[in-house]
Design a protein around this ligand. Structure first.
Ligand code: C2E
Ligand code: MG
Ligand code: MG
Length: 444
């Protein structure tokens, strides 16, 4: 779904007023979220009586703030009008267009009977942004948008929920730089609404309310600390400690992950630099997500952070789960090679939980396999898990990789791993994830 069409030049007369389809709503100058919700509720009431299904499309102009700041608010307004006009031109009779926020539009498409119809409509809407916007006296502007779609009654039961889902999908499109995304359900903890949860998470990130803890990785041959893994923590004022297993998927879904990764990399390297200066050079492992790999400038972010904290690339190891790494293998190989060329280490996390193609594994420029902790934990009571762990260790070694076992909870697990020739171990038996100051006590 990536935008590949090169924009064509087209002079634009912003104020032209060609004949409009009667029931396509005119864009009001002021955003009208309430008007949109009223119309949506009326349509949903109708649909409850019949078999109507509909799609709600949320469209957010990318970098609109920059347009306002660099070209002025007047130009910003003209851009909005131009976008509205293009959108109107792309709609069918019976579709409804609203402006609901500064740079946010909503299109309600009734009579969408199938996901494929919504995708077709999304392509048409996306094509509205293919042509460069030319305003008299201004530089031509490549105005792009992020588009999210939600379907009723597939995932949402009411208007507010439908709008929220389309908004989540829109943020997802923004973060993955795709033309559009269809909403897919994700699970969020407890009974907080996903919308509120995402809003609070975003706030926590910008208020610097997240923190990092560190879990040491021990070399099994001499029990020395070889490195540490940085793990993110969010202590919520009302709900207490929220596990990254709960908030990372939401962060990925809404695009907040980019800020979390930047926070984790920079703060982990800041600590690592300090330990290095104090004579304890440790390899710092940081978890990254599949979404980070979609950011074209991710390697530059890493380079900048290494320069800022004056850390050697070889002191940083990036962990990517097996499932994330195998998602878009051809694309990932390219970006992983760029990271590897910088000199940072790459590790496949939770290995064994996904379905690696050995062919791709061979091509991935990785340095480490981390065995999925469930297998290591179950090893104590299951011969088949012992065999599995041994297989992963041998596989890693055959590919020339370092192998780390996580989830080491007992002395027996440690003994087994030593016998099996595993290189490094991490787990409660050695140390749980702890604060930086506490970790420093282990150095002395
Ligand atoms: P992971 O990268 O596989 O991290 C290992 C997890 O195992 C951590 O869970 C750690 O606390 C836990 N663990 C350590 N020793 C033991 C043990 O002996 N037994 C058991 N049962 N568990 C052990 P945590 O901190 O809850 O993190 C969960 C996952 O969230 C991580 O799994 C990682 O995938 C993700 N995550 C954490 N921090 C970040 C982050 O900054 N960025 C991203 N993208 N993901 C993160
Ligand atoms: Mg990890
Ligand atoms: Mg893991």
């Amino acid at each position: 779904m990536t935008a590949e069409n090169k924009p064509k030049m087209r002079p634009v007369s912003v104020l032209r007023d060609k004949a409009r389809k009667d029931d396509v709503h005119r864009i009001s100058t002021a955003p009208d979220r309430d008007g949109m919700m009223k119309m949506l509720s009326a349509l949903l009431r109708q649909s409850a009586q019949g078999s109507l299904s509909l799609a709600l499309v949320c469209i957010d102009i990318n970098d609109f703030r920059e347009i306002n700041l660099s070209a002025g608010f007047e130009v910003g307004d003209l851009v909005l009008r131009e976008v509205a006009e293009r959108l109107r031109g792309a709609l069918r009779q019976g579709d409804h267009l609203f402006r609901i926020g500064d740079d946010e539009f909503v299109v309600v498409l009734p009579s969408i009977l199938h996901e494929d119809h919504a995708i077709l409509a999304a392509h048409k809407i996306s094509a509205c942004f293919d042509e460069i916007v030319v305003l008299p006296g201004n530089e031509p502007m490549d105005v792009r948008a992020s588009i999210g779609i939600a379907l009723f009654p597939d995932t949402a039961e009411g208007g507010e929920e439908l709008l929220r889902q389309a908004t989540v999908a829109m943020y997802r499109a923004k973060s993955s730089k795709s033309q559009f995304e269809l909403y897919k359900k994700v699970l969020t903890p407890g009974d907080i609404s996903p919308f509120q949860f995402a809003r609070e998470l975003r706030q926590a990130v910008s208020n610097n309310d997240l923190e990092l803890v560190f879990q040491p990785k021990y070399r099994l041959s001499d029990k020395s600390i070889e490195g540490v893994e940085a793990l993110c923590r969010w202590t919520h004022a009302k709900y207490g400690l929220i596990s990254p297993a709960d908030f990372i998927p939401v962060a990925e879904e809404t695009g907040i992950i980019t800020a979390i990764t930047s926070y984790a990399i920079n703060n982990a390297l800041r600590r690592g630099a300090n330990w290095q200066v104090n004579g304890k050079p440790l390899i710092m492992s940081v978890n990254i997500s599949a979404y980070d790999l979609n950011e074209g400038d991710f390697p530059e972010l890493i380079q900048r952070a290494l320069r800022t904290w004056r850390v050697e690339p070889s002191q940083l190891m990036l962990e990517i789960t097996e499932t994330a790494m195998m998602q878009d293998q051809k694309r990932n190989i390219g970006i992983l090679r760029r990271l590897s060329d910088i000199g940072v280490g790459l590790s496949i996390d939770d290995f064994g939980s996904g379905y690696s193609s050995l062919n791709y594994l061979q091509q991935m420029p990785v340095n480490e396999l981390k065995i999925e902790k469930e297998f290591v934990i179950k090893m104590a009571n299951s011969d088949s898990d012992i065999a599995l762990v041994q297989t992963v260790i041998d596989l890693g070694h055959n590919y020339g990789l370092q192998v780390t076992a996580e989830g080491v909870e007992t002395a027996r697990a440690e003994d087994l791993l030593v016998d099996m020739g595993c290189d490094l171990a991490q787990g409660q038996y050695f140390s749980p994830p702890i604060g930086a100051e506490e970790l420093e006590q282990l150095f002395v």
